[in-house]
Design a protein around this ligand. Structure first.
Ligand code: ZN
Length: 376
């Protein structure tokens, strides 16, 4: 293909030399003529800070021509045949999907953002991440939410976006690659399986109470799915200094088979030390439980809940809106615990995450940002 470019040489295209606006009359070998309007680079003027864009005006009379050039639905495709032109970026009508961290580990909280494309507004925006619904809130730039990765698998996870634009349903799929994290195991080899005759198994009343408590906790977490986002600064540690005594995700292996998993992070605390809210949140449970002891559950909004177990004393009540750093209670060894410590746990829409992945976590939503109605 030959070009007769009436406005000048196309070789200047894409060079970092400056900006020009020009109308090009281009004639290809088949003697058709069409016009290129271009905004690009030219000698002598500083390079533009914004991306180079390009539009091609195509006379309607040529649109039905037999040339393969016109058969392409992609108007930029022919640029790849031009001798010097790097492909200019398409003007984006696409929603931009962002997440951080870029390579999250298993059981990590993941910040998700959908940016509204230029032009048409998106409606009925829904997001699923790693198979789970993501609660979304609106801000000026688009939508934002908190996702999570499961503990038991690493690899590639779908981030699915559905929306309507001008009444037409569309969807996008991107794949997020996780980084693999090895969670430790503690192996115990003894003659009889431990806990084979615990109080819970021989005491039906206690059994029933534990079942009721589990239901109470699950209900509280379930109703915290589409609640308003409360924190307005990054999460901190609930203990200072934060000294880890038992990691999240640790498998407890008795005689070769996994018996339990530690679904929280233990932090060192003596009896009576202050346990502090890592971020603003609403107290959804503050009670004494069989396993958790004196425990507080905080709803931070958009499905993110954190919990604090084994305290000797509680200093907040259900319904309180706590500030970051506010004392929730005093550490202790109540419930199923052998020595004073803080067991800190967290979940996103009911899926357990490593609470350490929250330290420094923030989403730049105004406080009280309300979830998108019907986002589920
Ligand atoms: Zn623990």
């Amino acid at each position: 293909m030959e070009w007769d470019s009436g406005g000048g040489s196309m070789r200047g295209w894409g060079s970092p030399m400056g900006r020009w606006t020009a109308t090009w009359n281009v004639r290809c070998a088949s003697a058709w003529t069409f016009t290129v309007f271009a905004l690009g680079a030219c000698a002598g003027i500083p390079a533009p800070p914004d991306p180079i864009s390009l539009e091609i005006a195509r006379p309607e009379s040529l649109a039905r021509g037999p040339s393969p050039l016109w058969a392409s639905s992609d108007p930029y495709r022919w640029w790849t045949a031009a001798p010097v032109a790097p492909r200019p970026p398409l003007p984006s009508a696409e929603p931009i999907i962002e997440w951080s961290p870029q390579r999250p580990s298993q059981a990590f909280a993941v910040r998700l953002r959908i940016r509204q494309p230029a032009g048409a507004a998106l409606e009925d925006v829904r997001v699923r991440f790693a198979g789970e619904h993501v609660s979304l809130a609106r801000d000026a730039a688009g939508w934002i939410g908190v996702g999570s990765l499961p503990l038991d698998s690493a690899g590639f996870f779908p981030l699915e976006l559905e929306f309507r634009r001008k009444g037409i349903a569309e969807s996008r799929l991107v794949v997020v690659r996780s980084s693999e994290r090895i969670y430790p195991s503690s192996r115990i080899r003894i003659g009889a399986r431990p806990g084979a005759a615990t109080a819970a198994e021989v005491n039906p009343e206690l059994d029933a109470r534990i079942a009721r408590e589990r239901e109470t906790i699950q209900t509280a977490i379930r109703t915290s799915v589409d609640t308003e986002w409360v924190p307005d600064e990054p999460f901190r540690w609930p203990r200072q200094p934060p000294i880890k005594t038992s990691p999240f995700g640790q498998r407890r292996i008795f005689n070769g088979s996994v018996q339990s998993r530690h679904m929280g992070l233990d932090l060192r605390a003596r009896r009576g030390n202050p346990i502090m809210a890592p971020a603003a949140g609403r107290v959804i449970l503050a009670d004494r439980f069989v396993y958790q002891g004196n425990a507080v559950y905080l709803d931070h909004g958009l499905g993110l809940v954190t919990a604090y177990f084994h305290m000797s004393r509680l200093e907040v009540e259900v319904g309180d809106l706590v500030r970051p750093g506010q004392v929730l209670g005093r550490s202790g060894s109540t419930g199923r615990s052998t020595a004073p410590h803080l067991h800190w746990s967290a979940s996103v829409n009911g899926r357990s995450i490593d609470p350490e992945s929250l330290v420094g976590f923030s989403i730049d939503l105004p406080r009280g940002a309300v979830p998108v109605v019907g986002s589920r």
